[in-house]
Design a protein around this ligand. Sequence first.
Ligand code: BGC
Length: 381
Amino acid sequence: MGSLYTNSLRIIKEGQSDTGAYIASPNFPTYHYCWLRDGSFIAHAMDTAGEFASSEAFFQWVGRTILKYGAKVENVRYHLEVGRPIGKDDVLHTRYTLDGNEVTVDNAWGNFQIDGYGTWLWALAEHVRLSGNTALLEELCEPIQITLRYLELVWKLPNYDCWEEHPEYLHPYSLATAFAGFDSIASLVRTGQMEAGPVVVEKLAGQVKDFILKYAMHDGRLVKHVWPAQAREFPKPITESGVDSSLIGIAVPYNVLSPDDPLMQATMQAIEVNLHRQAGGVYRYQADVYYGGGEWLLLTAWLGWYYALTGKIEQAESLRAWIESQADEDGCLAEQVIDHTLAPKYVEHWQNKWGPVAKPLLWSHAMYIILVNAIQENTSK
Ligand code: BGC
């Protein structure tokens, strides 16, 4: 394994607090917290590397944190039952301090993002599959059930997407994480590794999948956003915003659709044409202005992961090589590289606001580790 791999493991270990939480980025003040989304992929990367103690500590941290705030779920249920609006702090938050507390310094943050809750369940089930650690399922039984009850209540509500934008819509990516959360637990129950709880996970997984197939499709491919149901209106796809690279997740890893499904193939083709810069990296979406909308290393690795799992090893290798070429002299990967931005005039605005692009970003290192291991596993098949 090359040194970027070793370095990535080191950066992740150094970024893991004694509590088990992973910091999103140690050198970027706005990211001095642990996001369930980033953290779950980082834990998964550690699992693919056989570093089970690290991922286990993360899942235990998630469990304690969810227990601490779990009472919110019944409050959300009550609000929905009596038709009261749900406030931004009534929900389970998307990120926490490394000690597992809600972040209170920035009151305007879009806390309501459901995807991390589906993703942690998916990553936990993967952890059990890879490590055989079924005892952890017993230990985390309560936070798992709280998460399932929460997802059952909120999966159809508009919430911020995985880029922390567009709270007015639903997002196929986020829906896919809910599917994966329900589906992963359903298969643990089916295989006798977990006892069935009160949430009917198998049925819910089916409902989420049907919803995606019914409302998130336009022109034979998936869209980035869905307009939520209104009083007398069904949900409908938002057609103008095009595709988003996070849609890769619909197949890899969440498995709502298989990579050979025509709908997935058309979606991937749109991502390749519109969001993958030739011989370069992968953009989030066409209208991105965050730091000018550069190429995201974690998405480049994600596309490579998809290629590795679908037998396109050469393409996966070339994305891997591109990512390696973007590491700095200390072996650090940034969140994005801004040499070929989609909206250059916005670079300065963000640099003035939050400083240089976050580096190292643990999630970038995590996706690189996942990619390297996926290439290795699928080459030796
Ligand atoms: C990204 C999120 C990410 C967070 C922390 C944000 O800029 O849009 O996806 O979870 O940074 O890395």
